[in-house]
Design a binder for this molecule. Structure first.
Ligand code: AMP
Ligand code: MG
Length: 393
């Protein structure tokens, strides 16, 4: 019997001799992949293929723009390093590029993008110089792609591209989710940052791309020694298809997997470099209860998810301080990169992350990420540490 796998609401349906039943379901859901012939159903068995190709292209180009700005920033003097404008320029530039590339590569799809920036400040008189700089930078980056898909963009084109990121997301339809520079603090310090792009379909993350321009291609786990110090990684994953990594500058892709450690004594964990973004004290108490011996590996951005997906470490702990609400663009791409590599992402109470509620992720206490084997003991350690913290207040 011939079969094909169809994807609906992020779940697969195997279509066999009863394909007519599936066709009826697809029609009822109003999806575009319905067909009156089994042949077309088989063709639709490569879900999100062109979306992934477009996302990789967009994130790679945005990374090129950010690298250029970071290089200039690090070469600048101390005075201009305290100036926020390079980050602003790279943030807006990255968002505009991703928005433009996705729209160009996927012209047949309705376009919805949930992203961090809007053009409000750039439309003010005081933003005009910055707007010109961003437009120039985006035009230069597109020219370096060697593509003739765009004529020279005007400042108005730029504003429109940025404002295409105004969507609110949600549980209906498709939405791209973008953090144009995740880890701006790391970007300014010359450390890790990422361009994080994901696609939601009916509220579920179905693909994710993480471009990490400063992440070594070799493992960054503790006790690792490598001869190569080449940096720049592109991680990508699509639902049901595994996670892959390649060099940002181009190389063959390698499938990656989370580590299979089941003894916490051999595990190491990642957390934010910035103490303002997560409670280092709570992580240390969780690690102690779990029996982790290694010191934390502290790096910025969703590069942590990328590193975890290839087994550089075993655990990622994130416990923002009271009152902070996580945003979907800080976790959407990272979460699928880890889960497709065999890991699990949950909130501190063991709930799966729900990306269907708009811009915010409502999580209980924090986010924990690890492999299947360690998750049960990690959840117990988290519960104990949170209880101990509550009773000490
Ligand atoms: P990381 O580099 O992992 O520390 O995370 C960087 C992201 O943390 C940024 O992109 C922000 O969206 C987010 N962020 C900003 N402020 C906070 C905060 N107070 N607590 C937690 N995360 C934050
Ligand atoms: Mg971010």
């Amino acid at each position: 019997m011939n079969t094909a796998t169809l994807w609906l609401r992020g779940r697969s349906i195997t279509v066999g001799s009863d394909w007519r039943f599936c066709e009826a379901r697809i029609r009822i859901k109003g999806r575009r992949c319905f067909s009156s012939s089994p042949m077309t159903l088989v063709l639709s068995s490569m879900p999100y293929e062109k979306e992934l190709a477009a996302a990789k292209k967009a994130a790679t180009l945005a990374a090129r723009l950010c690298q250029k700005v970071q290089k200039a920033l690090l070469q600048s003097d101390v005075h201009s390093k305290s100036d926020k404008s390079p980050v602003t320029v790279a943030d807006y530039g990255s968002q505009a590029l991703v928005s433009l590339i996705l729209e160009r590569e996927l012209p047949a799809e309705p376009f919805s993008l949930v992203a961090e920036e809007d053009s409000g400040d750039l439309r003010k008189e005081s933003g005009q110089d910055t707007l010109k700089r961003i437009t120039e930078l985006v035009n230069d980056t597109l020219a370096s792609e060697g593509s003739n898909g765009f004529s020279t963009l005007t400042t108005n084109d730029l504003l429109t591209a940025i404002d295409n990121g105004k969507s609110e997301g949600g549980s209906v339809g498709r939405h791209w989710v973008l953090d144009p520079i995740d880890g701006t603090k790391g970007f300014v310090r010359g450390d890790q940052y990422a361009i994080a792009l994901a696609l939601l379909d009916e509220g579920k993350v179905v693909l994710g791309v993480l471009a990490c321009p400063n992440l070594p291609l070799a493992s960054i786990g503790s006790n690792q020694q490598h001869s190569s110090n080449e940096v720049g990684c592109l991680f990508f994953a699509k639902v049901g298809d595994g996670t892959y990594m390649q060099a940002l500058g181009g190389s063959t892709q390698t499938r990656v997997h989370v580590c299979d450690i089941d003894n916490p004594e051999e595990a190491s964990f990642f957390e934010s470099f910035e103490a303002a973004h997560t409670s280092h004290g709570l992580s240390s108490s969780i690690a102690e209860k779990l029996g982790v011996k290694a010191p934390p590996v502290r790096i910025d951005s969703q590069a942590k998810y990328g590193a975890l997906s290839r087994g550089d470490g075993a655990i990622y702990l994130r416990f923002p301080h009271k009152g902070y609400r996580e945003k979907i663009w800080d976790h959407a791409a990272g979460s699928i990169v880890v889960t497709e590599a065999g890991g699990i992402c949950m909130d501190a109470a063991g709930n799966p992350l729900d990306f269907s509620k708009g811009k915010f992720l409502d999580v209980v206490s924090g986010i924990i990420v690890t492999n299947q084997k360690l998750m049960p003991s990690l959840l117990r350690a988290v519960k104990e540490a949170l209880n101990a913290e509550a009773s000490s207040l």
